[in-house]
Design a protein around this ligand. Sequence first.
Ligand code: ATP
Length: 273
Amino acid sequence: MSVQTHRPDELGHDYLEIRGLTVDFDGFKAIDGVDLTLLQGRLHFLIGPNGAGKTTLVDAVTGLVQGTGRASYRNQDLLSMKSHRIVRAGVGRTFQTATVFEELSVLQNLDIAGGIHRSPWGMLRARRGVPAYVEEALATIGLSHLRDRPAGVLAHGQKQWLEIGMLLVQDAKVMLLDEPVAGMSAEEREQTGELLRRIGHERTIVVIEHDMDFVRSFADVVTVMHGGTVLAEGDVATIQADPRVQEVYLGHQGAEHPDPGTTDETTGEDQRA
Ligand SMILES: Nc1ncnc2c1ncn2[C@@H]1O[C@H](COP(=O)(O)OP(=O)(O)OP(=O)(O)O)[C@@H](O)[C@H]1O
C-alpha cells in the first residue's frame, strides 16, 4: 500500500491518532507502546491471536481502562477523559455481546441513545413524532419495518445493526466495533460489511475481527496485534504475505490461532481454494 506522506488533517480527513499507548494491569502490559493512525473513510481492521490486546486497546480509547500515552481526536486526548465525555466527543463503541434494551422497541432504543445530545428538559418534553435523524438511522440499518418491535425479538444480526444505529444517532464519528459479525449468517455478514462501507465514508471505523473471510472481503487496512504490540500493518495482501504474521499464527497453529491467510478463525475451516 502507498506510504503516507501527509498528515491526515492536511488531506482534510478526520482521524484518531494513538501514540505510545500502554495499558498496565498490575505489572502486566496488555498494551505496550502502540502507535496507530486510524483514518476516516477507510475500514480499518484489528486482528491478532486471542489475548493480543485488541479489546484492551478499545477499552483504553473509550475510557473503560486507564492507559498512558496519547489518543488524540480533534485536539482532545481521550486518555484523560471520562467515558461519557468520550461518547459526547463523537467516539462510540460496541461490545462483543449486544447491549440493547430487549423490552424496549427498536425506536425507543434509538431514541434513548440519541438522548445523549439532548438537554434534560428536551428529554422530558413530550416528543412530537420521530426525529429525522432517528428515521435516517433506522433506514440506514435496514430496520424501519421493525421500528415498533421489541428489540428482544430481533435476530442476532439485527441486534448488532441496532447497536450500530445507536452509534449513528449518537453521531459517533469514530466507531470501534468489537467482533460485529460473530455468530452471524453468511448473508448477515455480507449485509454488515455493506453497511459499514456505506457509513464508513464519513466516519473512522475500526473493527476487531477474527473472521478472516470477512476481513478479506471488507478491510482497507489491517493492523495485526500480538502480545500488546503492533506486529504489522497494511492491506490484506501485504498482511497475508508477511512472514512475521504467518509466524504468529502458524507458530500457534490450532483452532484458536489459525493461519490468517487460509483459515476462518470462527470455524477453523481451511479456506484454501
Ligand atoms: N482487567 C484485566 N486485568 C488483567 N489482565 C487483563 C484484563 N483485561 C485483559 N487482560 C489481559 O490482557 C491481555 C489482552 O486481552 P484482550 O482481551 O485485550 O485481548 P484480545 O486481543 O481482545 O483477545 P480476544 O481476541 O480473545 O478477545 C490478555 O492476556 C488478558 O488476559
